[in-house]
Ligand binder design. Structure first.
Ligand SMILES: [Zn+2]
Ligand SMILES: [Zn+2]
Length: 105
């Protein structure tokens, strides 16, 4: 799964991308951390890329203030789908994650 995580990490933080408002552009982004979406069974592939600020440390960090994070950026499932859609169009979405996703959340 390292390869899949690397692909998501190089996509960059989904919250920062959302702020910058360019889903299509594939300009270089700083590598992001992999956040495991919680709730239910933990699945290796059910993850979103987040920068340290949006992940752990910032005012809106998902691990610090989940309510605020969700109010601003949407919930994790929505973000997962956004990442999937944009990366699929760009031909960057990992096949292994898609296979698991197709099996169902
Ligand atoms: Zn960010
Ligand atoms: Zn996390």
């Amino acid at each position: 799964m390292r390869q899949e995580y690397n692909a998501l990490s190089s996509f960059g933080c989904v919250a920062c991308r959302s702020n910058d408002g360019f889903w299509e552009a594939l300009a270089d982004r700083p590598p992001a951390n992999i956040h495991h979406i919680q709730g239910g069974k933990r699945k290796w592939w059910y993850v979103i890329p987040l920068c340290p600020d949006h992940h752990q440390h910032g005012e809106e960090a998902i691990h610090r203030n989940k309510k605020k994070f969700r109010a601003v950026y949407g919930d994790e499932r929505e973000l997962f789908i956004k990442v999937r859609n944009v990366m699929t169009v760009a031909g960057l979405w990992p096949e292994k994650i898609e296979t698991e996703y197709q099996r169902g959340l």
